[in-house]
Design a protein around this ligand. Structure first.
Ligand code: XUL
Ligand code: CO
Length: 436
């Protein structure tokens, strides 16, 4: 069956095109800094928002028009796979991502649930044989089912810990089966609602135990992909343990797990944590832990995860700047953890949303590459810290200074000259690169 009739392959038509179903900036084969755009950006469609999102919110029932909705149960799961691969091909996107429960429904027990998964995984594998689309990452949904009310690895109930472990075990086997390039841990309900009933230290110890078991099992079954943790500060819990990049890195370091993980940084999670996306990318990057990104954007007027498709060119440019500076993606990529608005309920809106997201990142990539090639920001930074290149600054950096020598120096230099940070001048430069 054709799920998106009337829509052909989305082609690159250039910045002047008036065709809403064409790329204006994303030209997969165009080379930027020695790699094609397709290789740089490694776009992925998020299965949950695009093929399961129904538009429902706390105030309204589902309203999305989806051609696969006439099916039920496993037939619906199969129809979604068909629709997904049609969508991937038409959009010419090289990757996708899913949670276990996105692709197949839960059965009456774990055995039945895993049998459902096996059927759909076999079908996906079959599609992947003839398609160029690969699995950027998969993950386990350890938050929707009522059993996860108090979390999974950090639940107060050991039976829930065990069930979550069984679920991740199965997901890792699926990751091997489908050749996933990464496996993501987003701490769904790993956090707390109130410290009055929470043993925080014990829950963190358990989270580390859980992750250690995952590392061991991945080794046992030969999973070669990269483990990623996706920080988020709140929602659904009041306080999520993987609050932000710095907290997550400190946690991994404390428990001796740092070498086994990188981070999947999500734009909207960064802003919920009170950081810019660029900040979170920089923190991950300077610790050598920038793995992948979930590309979306929040609404600064709203305090929750709105998961909008990315359209803000300033943000996409600075994100691509950080990613290029970190050496670009290796196993990671750009996953659109984004959903169309409730008002955008027609199937075609799924295409418009991905096109603007892909174009926004393609434009961001081009501008960021130009900023790097012209050494615009590099020169500003070099100049700004130049006092550490010689004299007393170099002595500090080389470990040749101490409080005695620094006091002696300060006594001889009573007049200190500072230079302007030139923030407005720098932003003007970036605007020139963005808008020509
Ligand atoms: C939730 C979120 C998740 C993860 C995968 O805010 O971002 O969809 O990306 O579990
Ligand atoms: Co996400």
């Amino acid at each position: 069956m054709v799920f998106f009739p009337g829509i052909g392959k989305i082609a690159y038509e250039g910045p002047e095109s008036k065709n809403p179903l064409a790329f204006k900036h994303y030209n997969p084969s165009e080379t930027v800094m020695g790699k094609t755009m397709e290789e740089h950006l490694r776009f992925a469609v998020a299965y949950w928002h695009t093929f399961k999102g129904d538009g429902s919110d706390p105030f309204g029932d589902k309203n999305m028009i989806r051609p696969w909705d006439k099916y039920k149960g496993m037939d619906l799961a199969k129809a979604r796979v068909e629709a997904a691969f049609e969508f991937f091909e038409k959009l010419d996107v090289p990757f996708f991502c899913f949670h276990d429960r996105d692709i197949a429904p839960e059965g009456d027990n774990l055995i039945e649930t895993n049998q459902n998964l096996d059927k759909i995984v076999a079908m996906i594998k079959d599609y992947m044989r003839t398609s160029k689309v690969k699995l950027l990452w998969n993950t386990s949904n350890l938050f929707t089912h009522p059993r996860y009310v108090h979390g999974a690895a950090t639940s107060c109930n050991a039976d829930v810990f065990a069930y979550g472990a069984a679920q991740v075990k199965k997901s890792l086997e699926i990751a091997v089966e489908l050749g996933a390039e990464n496996y993501v841990f987003w701490g769904g309900r790993e956090g707390y609602e109130t410290l009055l009933n929470t043993d925080m230290k014990f829950e963190l110890d358990n989270l580390a135990r859980f992750l250690r078991m995952a590392v061991d099992y991945a080794k046992e079954i030969g999973f070669k992909g990269q483990f990623l943790i996706e920080p988020k500060p709140k929602e659904p819990t009041k306080h999520q343990y993987d609050f932000d990049a710095a907290t997550t890195i400190a946690f991994l370091q404390t428990y001796g797990l740092k070498d086994y993980f990188k981070l999947n940084i999500e734009a909207n999670h960064a802003t919920l944590a009170g950081h810019t996306f660029q900040h979170e990318l920089r923190v991950a990057s300077i610790h050598g832990m920038l793995g992948s990104i979930d590309a979306n954007q929040g609404d600064l007027m709203l305090g929750w995860d709105t998961d909008e498709f990315p359209t803000d060119l300033y943000v996409t440019t600075l994100a691509m700047y950080e990613i290029l500076k970190a050496g670009g993606f290796t196993t990671g990529g750009i996953n659109f953890d984004a959903k169309v608005r409730r008002g955008s309920f027609e199937p075609e809106d799924l295409f418009y949303a991905h096109i603007i997201g892909m174009d926004s990142y393609a434009k961001g990539l081009k501008v960021a590459a130009k900023l790097i090639e012209d050494r615009v920001i590099d020169e500003i930074i070099e100049e700004r810290y130049s006092s550490y290149k010689s004299g007393i600054g170099l002595e500090i950096v080389n470990g040749e200074a101490n409080f005695h020598t620094l006091e002696e120096y300060a006594l001889q230099n009573p007049v200190i000259m500072n230079s302007s940070g030139k923030q407005e001048r720098i932003k003007a430069l970036i605007n020139q690169y963005l808008f020509g």
